[in-house]
Design a binder for this molecule. Sequence first.
Ligand SMILES: CC(=O)N[C@H]1[C@@H](OP(=O)(O)OP(=O)(O)OC[C@H]2O[C@@H](n3ccc(=O)[nH]c3=O)[C@H](O)[C@@H]2O)O[C@H](CO)[C@@H](O)[C@@H]1O
Ligand SMILES: C=C(OP(=O)(O)O)C(=O)O
Length: 441
Amino acid sequence: MGLPVDRITINGGKPLHGRIELKGAKNLVTKAMVAAILGDTPSVLKDVPDISDVRIVRGLLEVHGVTVTKGGDDELVLDPSGVATAHMADIDAHAGSSRIPILFCGPLLHRLGEAFIPDLGGCRIGDRPIDYHLEVLRNFGAVVEKLPSGIRMTAPTGLHGAKVSLPYPSVGATEQVLLTAVLADGITELSGAAIEPEIMDLVNILQKMGAIITVETDRVIRIEGVDKLDGYTHRALFDRNEAASWAAAALATEGDIFVGGARQAEMLTFLNVFRKVGGAFEIEEDGIRFYHPGGELKPVIIETDVHPGFMTDWQQPLVIALTKAKGVSIVHETVYEQRFGFVDALVEMGASIEVHKECLGGRPCRFGQRNFQHSAVISGPSHLVGADIEVPDLRGGFSHLIAALTAEGRSTVSNVGIIARGYENFIGKLEQLGADFELVA
Ligand SMILES: CC(=O)N[C@H]1[C@@H](OP(=O)(O)OP(=O)(O)OC[C@H]2O[C@@H](n3ccc(=O)[nH]c3=O)[C@H](O)[C@@H]2O)O[C@H](CO)[C@@H](O)[C@@H]1O
Ligand SMILES: C=C(OP(=O)(O)O)C(=O)O
């Protein structure tokens, strides 16, 4: 279900208390849905969240002839037996705000011998080129033709295993290689691979389907192509980015939230930072309790990075807690060159945050000396006051919600529809946690 409104007013200053439940990770579920195209039989995916990115991918699969039906609660059955060439106009209409269409390339080239990819969506937090994707696909034997409306791909001699190397461990490009190599003829060796937990869960899924994938040391993944794959049955990995977001909300509002379904192993790096800032957590069998134990919050120096580093998607929500810490925190964003657009609204609300183009707080990154404002210096504690703010992107949007929840007085947050791209029923969850807000028609 979409959001009924695009604006909410929040009366801040009330700690969030209660329990929420996570479902499968946005960054795995959508890719698992694409993997279903590769099977000869239907796949069953469990713990699918009701978020708009899932609806977009569902629409795209249906346009390509995959029958998608609801199984049990939160379960999708994806039957690829009718996969057929789609109409370009229909694809364009369904691509929406997601970046997932690019991952249809390999599976569609295997099944149909051609693919059309419209312009991609996703958060505007940097240029987000797709050069690695196109380069690896060319290595497999794809012919890429750029059209005004998107990209058309064919594979006149089929797809063949290749030795490929990524200049940077891109999550999407690693998934592109996996989804293409599993049915390619011969062996693929990928070096410079990303190894995020969501990628490892995609590897689990592909192995269930019949793929042969070896994850070696030093970011090398070896895939032996097979002739056919079957469907899978899989419960999606929990959404660790949503877990970190609610954890940040608990800390910033001086609250206490039990995040059902969160697990320690995939959040080790986040938990260390959360503890250093002054947050407390208790790890239970069925989730993690995150809370503010009282006392002052402490400043930290964080550098975002690929896994097992501090995930870039965690920094935006955590910045609000850092505005409450006594002293100077630094966040050096090394994954996306423009992920600090969201701080303008926070400054308007009274936060003291400066962004710099230098690489502050650690080692130099790809963005140093290139005029990208990618390091933030946060001085606290700041007293935030309510304001009218507009959500710029998914995680920046969640961070705006937290800012409004901690601020004195009333804030109006508009463009909240973006948040539904990755947070299931966040309005209902805010209600469950005791937030004081109203939806504005
Ligand atoms: C749907 C999904 O899973 N999204 C996640 C995925 O995004 P996504 O897969 O798009 O992110 P990537 O890991 O590919 O991007 C990382 C960096 O590589 C660059 N790059 C990437 C591809 C390419 O062809 N050329 C290139 O230069 C990007 O501009 C960026 O600077 O991983 C990111 C990094 O963990 C997360 O923040 C996103 O939440
Ligand atoms: C950047 C993100 O997602 P996407 O790649 O879907 O834009 C995110 O989840 O924070």
